[in-house]
Design a protein around this ligand. Sequence first.
Ligand SMILES: [Zn+2]
Ligand SMILES: [Zn+2]
Ligand SMILES: [Zn+2]
Length: 129
Amino acid sequence: MSAQRARIAEAMLGMPGAFTAEDLHRRVIEVTPGIGLATVYRALAAMQESGAIATVGDRHGSTLLARCERHDHHHHLVCTECGSVVGIDCPLGDAALISAERAGHLVTRHEITLYGLCAICRARADGDA
Ligand SMILES: [Zn+2]
Ligand SMILES: [Zn+2]
Ligand SMILES: [Zn+2]
C-alpha cells in the first residue's frame, strides 16, 4: 500500500501542470500497471489534506489538481493552453469583504482561480499572429 502511494507521489511530481485523477492514473499505470483509480483517488485525497496539492478548477466535470509549494494563503493562475500553474497572492481586497459585510454576510472561506495564458503560451500566440 505505501509502496503504491510512493509510486503515485512520484508520478504526481512528474505532472507538468494541472491534472485530473484520471491523468495521473494513466501516468501511474505506465510505470506500475495494476494500481487502481480508487487507490489514486485515495492518495490524492491524502496529498490534498497535507497541502501538497491544491484544487485549481475542473475539466469536463473532473477536479483539476496541481502541485502546490506555497503554504501561505494564496491562489492559482492556470494556463488554459498548457495547464501550467503558478501561485499568486490573494486578489481579494477589503472592498469585497466590506460589501459582503454590508449585505450582512460573514465571509469564512473563499476560492479563487484565475485562468489565462502563461508567458510561454503568450509568446507562442504572438508568434503565430
Ligand atoms: Zn498553490
Ligand atoms: Zn501555457
Ligand atoms: Zn484569498
